[in-house]
Ligand binder design. Sequence first.
Ligand code: FNR
Length: 347
Amino acid sequence: MFSLPDVAAAAAGRLAAAHYDFFAGGADDERTLRANTDAFDRYRLRPRVLRGVGERDLTVTVLGQSLSMPVLIAPTAFHRLAHPDGEVGTARAAAAAGTVLVLSMAATQPVEQVAATGVRFWFQLYVQPDRAFTERLVRRVAAAGCGALVVTVDSPVFGRRRRDLRNGFLDLPAGLACENLRDPAGSGPPRAIGWEPGLNWDVLDWLRGITSLPIVLKGILHPADAVRAAERGVDAIIVSNHGGRQLDAAVTGIDALPAVVDAVGDRLPVLVDGGIRRGTDVLTALALGASAVAVGRPVLWGLAVAGADGVRQVLELLRDELDRAMALCGADRVAALGPDLVETVGR
Ligand code: FNR
């Protein structure tokens, strides 16, 4: 396997069709899903030369945490559906690679087991209509050593994913459960994730009242929302359309990024996800002002192919590709990447 698409192809042959579709699919007509990867074809790089790129330094610092490369693992559900190693396997790979795992609220292993790998992790939260339960969960993940809360804000209702409807994939198979939704923690039955259409900006005050963890908002696409997050003292945002699984026809993260970065300036770090499959995709995002990127499906494909080792391979492919792309663009460190390196074609 020499590229992330190679890993994806290998994974397709290893998963039950309905499980593959759950991971691969998007909302409605999947236009945004397709656009996420296609968008990168419209960006071209304008490299600089003779810049002495002897040793590239790929490290970045996000929320005070030093990462060996500007690539985090996006929160994705149900890792044990991909491989028995599950989220613990993904965590081992993230730790070995020196990056952060954003653990999904829909993880199939308990946060304490994930933390025991030594990984630095953030926890992705859908604020639940039952605030008392949400508070217990936030305290639980904080006690486990969580480094930030990633509050997903693009899901007031659940996207409609036709593949899952056709396949009748509505629930986890027997033996798998959302282990962090057990109530009481660890022993009770798992709760179902609830959606809260009434959620609004006031939830940030409530969250600040129950936790001192940094708060990251995931699923911002509009610059006015990014500004609002900055004004509210949010610690970081992730520009994202949820991998095309929520609003079909939503703008892609990479296309939304420049206006968001322009609107917030250096008031808070801006991360981006969606469709990142190559080192040059990472480089493009960084050049357009992202502090780091996150990858979702490629990690699931690596996990499906070879458990923790497969995830490690995906991360190392991206690292190697980014390193080479930076050298070829004349950048010896992430801070040397700027928008002058990027041009858009075909629009
Ligand atoms: C997701 N994503 C997601 N996001 C989130 O906030 N909570 C979650 O539980 C999940 N679950 C989830 C499951 C699966 C199977 C996928 C593919 C995605 C969205 C995810 O964090 C991220 O935004 C996208 O996956 C990024 O796009 P790529 O890298 O998959 O193209």
